[in-house]
Design a protein around this ligand. Structure first.
Ligand SMILES: Cc1ncc(COP(=O)(O)O)c(C=O)c1O
Length: 383
């Protein structure tokens, strides 16, 4: 592998030209990237994106599209409105905008909640780090609720939710577990219920477009929802959505300025035209093509879990709810296995102990290739 330790010294006084620089830097990217689309890649929530999305993202970059100024990117604005209009009803939502991912989407949603009267944030201990981080940025106290043995928020431990924003996770980062989303509806109907309910569906939200939609049915009771399009909507980064029930809600997080033709919505100012690439994918695959890919990945995660459960060398934590498989070896440690598997697996801690985590994000995955790698490592030949 090329030694890059003296990279700063390589920046020349006289440039080498576009083609040479492209080859050189592109080569380093190739050499030093996990190949997310290779057959045994089953590690993180990051898939290789759809081809049409990757190409359109390149085109967006060439035209330096900017959603902040409608006159610079008139079609891009239209594309975003279109994809939001099409996607939002699957989540029971009515409006929203795209942003750089669910970290930003969560921040925007909690900010909006604060503008609508929420004074504290309540979420499970397994909520994504962006939730307590957003609370800190917004100056809101954060209350963490312990999870049960299954990884779901322990609803028996919920405090009084009056004036709170209750964050429920649809597909936790470590275990892919779905909180009791029905709580969104039940709490909203109560006197002294939360000021706002947000569903963080960064990972599993797209299941609402598939035959697994029932698992996320309670999402429709939320006031806002986050989805990372660069996960199970197969987009290149940075692509996410924050959706709102009330079509007017996001006006509270929109700012006008003398140099802006239209108010700037959400956390970001200038932002790329992620809607163009997402629209391209939806047109290329249709609802059926997208659903088939996700459903196929769900099946593969269940297959992998069954193989692990049946193998005396491994312990499965639980059957996957949203394509995330957690397991560990009976002999040896999860850390040894993760180190030996390399980018085929990732890691998560459950109740303070490390577990292997494998996520069904890669639409090009070959489960036999994944299993053969695991088998090799368990047999001691994989190092
Ligand atoms: C549940 C959950 N929420 C939020 C995020 C943050 O999303 P992003 O990486 O798009 O910023 C993640 C990322 O893995 C996640 O799993």
């Amino acid at each position: 592998m090329t030694d890059l330790s003296d990279l700063a010294d390589k920046i020349p006084v006289h440039g080498m030209g576009d083609a040479a620089a492209f080859d050189l830097v592109g080569g380093w990217v190739h050499e030093r990237s996990a190949q997310l689309g290779r057959p045994e890649a089953f590690a993180h929530m990051d898939p290789a994106p759809s081809i049409v999305a990757a190409r359109l993202a390149g085109l967006n970059a060439e035209f330096n599209q900017n959603l902040l100024h409608p006159d610079l990117s008139p079609f891009a604005g239209e594309a975003e409105r279109l994809v939001v209009k099409w996607l939002a009803p699957f989540f029971g939502m009515n409006a929203g905008h795209m942003c750089a991912g669910s970290t930003i989407a969560n921040l925007a949603a909690l900010w909006c909640a604060r503008e609508h009267g929420a004074t504290r944030v309540v979420a499970s201990a397994d909520a994504h780090v962006s939730v307590p981080k957003s609370a800190r940025i917004l100056g809101l106290p954060f209350e963490s609720i312990a999870v049960t043995g299954t990884g779901r928020m322990d609803t028996g431990l919920l405090p009084d939710l009056k004036d709170a924003v209750l964050v429920l996770t649809a597909g936790t980062t470590g275990r892919g577990v779905i909180d009791d989303l029905g709580l969104a509806g039940r709490q909203r109907r109560q006197d002294g219920g939360p000021a706002w309910v947000h569903v963080d569906a960064a990972w599993a939200g797209p299941l609402l477009l598939t035959k697994y939609a029932g698992r996320l049915a309670g999402t429709r009771h939320a006031d806002s929802v986050s989805v990372s399009a660069h996960k199970w909507l197969f987009q290149p980064k940075d692509s996410g959505l924050v959706l709102f029930k009330n079509p007017q809600a996001q006006q509270a997080i929109s700012f006008g300025s003398s140099y802006l033709a239209t108010p700037n919505v959400g956390v970001q100012g200038s932002r790329g035209a992620a809607g163009v690439a997402l629209l391209g994918t939806l047109l290329a695959w249709g609802l059926e093509g997208l659903a088939e890919r996700i459903e196929h990945l769900m099946t593969l995660s269940e297959d992998l879990a069954e193989r692990l459960a049946a193998d005396p060398r491994t312990e499965l934590k639980q059957m996957p709810e949203t394509g995330v498989v957690n397991w560990r070896p009976v002999n040896g440690t999860a850390e040894e296995i993760i180190a030996a598997l390399g980018p085929v697996a990732s890691r998560t801690d459950i109740a303070g102990e490390p577990w292997v985590r494998q996520v069904a994000a890669n639409m090009h995955v070959d489960l036999d290739a994944v299993w053969s790698r695991i088998d090799d490592v368990l047999s001691g030949h994989g190092g």
